[in-house]
Design a protein around this ligand. Structure first.
Ligand code: ADP
Ligand code: GN1
Ligand code: MG
Length: 365
């Protein structure tokens, strides 16, 4: 498989496709695990991304989704008199008018306007930021409630189908291509002990308790741009996985990342716990942003959504560790294993706190 540096080799050719004159700056940017992101400075600032072709087999479909969804969100922002220019990502076409560029070695690239006067956060410094982040992700879902779901391509099939993620893990254990399975026997046992729980949301959907909605599916704190002066959320980004999904998973993925008292790859597991006050704050903001749209069935399953996204993410990190770290960008040996242990530690703490999570949600109904 082509390495990341090799895949980015044609960045010069890509810049030519977008700019008449060579930009003065083109530097790696941000902390995403999936795409290769660059800050480009020409007459103004841009975000250039090489789309991860392994993760997203149909980059053209990803772009079609993004163009539709961003236009829809801008329209909603206009209706409520918001900051339309920064309300959603703005795709910049190539000089020949294409929405993305395929270079001569088959890498797919896209260019966005840089959303100015914004910052991203990796951790919560002020709890209020988590509340506003929740409101923004809730409003995102609310804005897309009338988006024609049949127009959306499923950019990653079964993305948050946790039982399917378990099947992938089983395959990785069986193949054990790197000979790492014995080393992670404890983590495998932890996952297997929760294989029944992993079916909870799919079962709730099958029984009509959990509707499919248009969701973001990657609601990490660092996928929101905040205004650098006021701290208000300005723009929800990273729209590659906008697809039909469960509201409780959008809720849960934010809790997994933002209400963890440690960062996602912290190796001192004694620091990894669920911050219940952040959980409550996020729940309040998310419900407000969703504008009363969530059904009782969805409300009841919000705590399970948090546990599910954390368990699933741990299973995905473990699978990638077993497969040789081919999916998530890693920065050190065993990085994916560290992330997996961290997520499983958070699951264990959430299990202890489940009655209190339920009580919080009951109090908000
Ligand atoms: P990944 O899928 O790899 O996470 P993202 O699309 O989230 O990639 O982008 C990575 C980072 O780049 C973001 O966390 C954010 O800091 C920054 N970023 C992305 N798009 C923009 C934009 N239009 N304006 C400003 N910053 C952006
Ligand atoms: C990836 O792209 P990024 O870094 O926001 C991943 C998410 C995981 C997350 C774990 C397309 O998100 O599903 O939850 O890493 N995105 C994709 O940090 O797989
Ligand atoms: Mg991201």
């Amino acid at each position: 498989m082509m390495g990341r540096n090799e895949a980015c080799a044609k960045i010069g050719e890509t810049l030519c496709a977008y700019f008449e004159e060579k930009p003065s700056i083109c530097d790696p940017y941000g902390n995403g695990h999936i795409n290769d992101t660059f800050l480009v400075v020409s007459e103004k600032r841009y975000i250039l991304q090489r789309m991860n072709h392994v993760v997203f087999p149909h980059p053209d479909e990803v772009m079609e989704n993004i163009l539709g969804v961003t236009e829809h969100i801008r329209h909603k922002a206009m209706e409520r008199g918001g900051d339309v220019a920064r309300a959603s990502l703005v795709v910049v076409p190539t000089r020949t008018g294409e929405d993305f560029f395929c270079d001569s070695i088959g890498s797919y690239w896209r260019l966005y306007e840089f959303c100015e006067r914004t910052i991203t956060r990796e951790v919560i410094e002020d709890p209020q930021d988590f509340y506003t982040c929740a409101e923004a992700f809730g409003r995102f879902q609310c804005d897309l409630a009338d988006y024609p779901a049949e127009k959306l391509h499923e950019t990653i099939v079964n993305f948050h189908n946790t039982p399917k993620r378990y099947e992938n893990l089983m395959r990785a254990i069986e193949a054990d291509v790197c000979g790492r399975a014995a080393e992670v026997a404890d983590e495998i046992a932890f996952a297997m002990a929760r294989a029944e729980f992993a079916k909870t949301l799919e079962r709730a959907h099958a029984s009509g308790k959990l509707p499919l909605r248009v969701t973001h599916n990657d609601t990490k704190l660092n996928n929101i741009l905040f205004d650098e002066t006021t701290g208000a959320p300005v723009c929800v980004i990273d729209l590659d996985t906008v697809m039909p999904g469960y509201s409780v998973n959008d809720f849960g993925d934010s809790i997994r990342f933002g209400a963890n008292t440690a960062v996602e790859d912290e190796t001192d597991l004694s620091k990894v716990t669920l911050d219940l006050s952040l959980f409550e704050l996020y729940a309040k903001g998310f419900l407000k942003g969703c504008g009363g749209r969530l059904t009782d069935g969805e409300l009841d399953l919000l705590p399970e959504g948090a546990m599910m996204m954390t368990l699933e993410c741990g299973v995905r990190f473990l699978t990638d560790y077993l497969e040789g770290d081919v999916y998530f960008r890693t920065h050190r040996p065993k990085h994916n294993l560290d992330r997996c242990r961290n997520q499983f530690a958070l699951v264990a703490d959430m299990e202890k706190k489940l009655p209190r999570m339920r009580a919080v949600i009951d109090g908000l109904k």
